[in-house]
Design a protein around this ligand. Structure first.
Ligand SMILES: [Zn+2]
Length: 95
């Protein structure tokens, strides 16, 4: 039996696949949200395009709260945006 690859969808714009590279965020066992650089961390996850515009949407509409069923504070969004930005740069540098 082959394992079906899950369809990855950006929670902000709805784009599927990883053409532009989706970045995964995961709910940690502590109830935080973390940027999942490996994309393999266990737990409920959400994908966002490696695009600042998409993250801005997520932040503005506090989309992690609903998607990951966790309370994410404004400070956390600030921190996640910084992590997201750093990861986007790393990915671009690696290409
Ligand atoms: Zn997107």
């Amino acid at each position: 039996m082959t394992k079906k690859a899950p369809i990855r969808t950006c929670i902000a714009c709805g784009a599927q696949g990883d053409k532009r590279g989706l970045i995964r965020f995961v709910r940690t066992p502590e109830g935080d949200v973390a940027c999942d650089a490996s994309g393999k961390a266990a737990g409920r996850g959400a994908y966002v395009c490696a695009d600042a515009a998409c993250f801005a949407q997520v932040r503005k509409r506090r989309m992690f709260d609903a998607r990951l069923r966790v309370k994410v504070s404004a400070d956390d969004y600030e921190r996640l945006q910084a992590e997201f930005g750093a990861l986007c740069e790393m990915r671009e540098a690696a290409q």
